[in-house]
Write a protein that binds this ligand. Structure first.
Ligand code: ACO
Length: 325
């Protein structure tokens, strides 16, 4: 039976020019390139300049995605920006991006699901587009995590980076089968009991400050590998597809060991796994669209490929989406 699908029209990304290597970090904290690479796979990360805010990174990624899609900004009627590092408490970063793109119609809002933000964003935009209420959405993941790090805490500051990525989704009619292009399914979960494992210790309603990121690394590692597999299996099950049929697995880029262990548990071949954490660090909600754009631009992800995105983040929140590119 025919149905509306949210089809990817284009993607884009932006990384701030300042590159910080593991060796550079040794000037701030007692660490080593060897420790960071061995434990996380991270070799370098990009850090935003003081005047490069999350909305500025988001605008650049959105412009690249629009150019890739061959669309004008005026053709977009929905902007969903996933971020935990908004420019301001309000207005939303999404409306700032909307204005920066010169769009003055439609709707724009931020979505907060930490590292799972982009997956939540794709799922949310998909509901808007498939309901028929909107026609074309920009889904953006944009972060300046460098602003919420304790640069004296070596257990956290070495892990993160800044950046932004975006995709354009367009409502198009499909046949209603897994052969359709577009978002085939999405599965979102959350469980607030795990708040203390990964959180920021400030906010407007509690401390009236921004706060810094706190994490129980080992616990997060354990949960990350254990939890995310259920939503990926749900995605396979609901579309009657298998790990063998998957062309690309594009997980949240937190840590190479988490990615490798998750893929292995799911029976996904290592050559199908897109890894960019070595070059970008963990860019939270921006990590998946950055990885997607990298793999599209280097020729790995092609039109018609079956692509699984998945993430876990603070909350905990976790989710997956299966997309035929
Ligand atoms: N450089 C050198 N030594 C360090 C550093 C560092 N940057 N950080 C910690 N150490 C030391 C510790 O102090 C400890 O020393 P000790 O044994 O003398 O006490 C030792 O290294 C081992 O520390 P652990 O925390 O036990 O190291 P572990 O092997 O667990 O690795 C890590 C830590 C990399 C954080 C790991 O737990 C991990 O990857 N966790 C997942 C967390 C993650 O990726 N979070 C991202 C955000 S969540 C998300 O996006 C889903």
């Amino acid at each position: 039976m025919k149905r509306i699908r949210s089809v990817v029209r284009g993607c884009g990304s932006y990384l701030p020019p300042r590159l910080v290597t593991n060796k550079d970090l040794m000037e701030f904290v007692e660490t080593s390139d060897e420790w960071i690479v061995q434990r996380t796979g991270i070799e370098q990360r990009h850090i935003a300049a003081d005047d490069e805010t999350t909305s500025i990174l988001g605008i650049k990624a959105a412009e690249a995605a629009l150019a890739d899609a061959g669309l004008q900004a005026s053709e977009i009627d929905l902007i969903v920006c996933a971020t935990s590092t908004p420019d301001y408490t309000f207005p939303s970063t999404a409306t700032m991006i909307q204005n920066g793109l010169g769009i003055h119609h439609g709707a724009a809002f931020d979505l907060q699901a930490v590292c799972t933000g982009f997956v939540y964003g794709v799922a949310t935009a998909d509901k808007f587009l498939t309901s028929g209420s909107h026609k074309r959405a920009l889904v953006i993941g944009a972060e300046t995590f460098s602003r919420i790090l304790d640069w004296e805490d070596r257990t956290t500051c070495v892990l993160f980076g800044d950046g932004a990525g975006a995709i354009v989704l367009e409502a198009q009619e499909g046949e209603g089968t897994p052969a359709d292009r577009g978002v085939l399914t999405s599965h979102l979960r959350s469980d607030g009991r795990y708040r203390d494992k990964l959180y920021v210790d400030g906010g407007p309603g509690s401390t009236k400050t921004t706060g810094v990121l706190k994490m129980e690394g080992r616990e997060v590692f354990r949960f990350a590998v254990g939890m995310v597999t259920d939503v990926v299996r749900d995605a396979f099950e609901s579309t009657q597809t298998t790990a063998e049929q998957l062309d690309w697995f594009v997980p949240h880029q937190a840590n190479k060991r988490i990615i490798t262990a998750s893929a292995e548990k799911l029976g996904i071949a290592p050559e199908k796994v897109v890894i960019t954490v070595n070059k970008h660090g963990n860019t939270s909600a921006a990590s998946i669209p950055l990885a997607l754009d990298t793999a599209v631009k280097d020729g790995r992800i092609k039109r018609g490929d079956l692509v699984m995105i998945e993430a876990i983040g603070g909350g905990f929140t976790w989710g997956s989406a299966l997309i035929r590119w």
